[in-house]
Design a binder for this molecule. Sequence first.
Ligand SMILES: [Cu+2]
Length: 103
Amino acid sequence: MTVIARFLAVLASLLFASFSVLAQAHDGHLPQSDGVIKKIDGAKGKVSIAHGEIANLKMPPMTMSFKAKDPAMLKGFKEGDKVRFRAAEVKGDLTVVSIDAAK
Ligand SMILES: [Cu+2]
């Protein structure tokens, strides 16, 4: 490998790494998914959601439990509420990173 080619390869991998870090840091870039709240456990910061497809997690529709990024974000919601939310894998846990009431 020439010096130039090696330099370009390092540059490309650095760029790629910084882009993926940025993509994870900005929750707003994750696609929103639809869901209906089935159960809330505020003490544990857990919420069970019957959700539609979650494109970024390649997950088909199902009902499952998520961790809330911040338990306080669950305040004001109750079972049966329709929501729009963003989910991501955070330190191995499937986590709701944002949640809003669906109109
Ligand atoms: Cu799921």
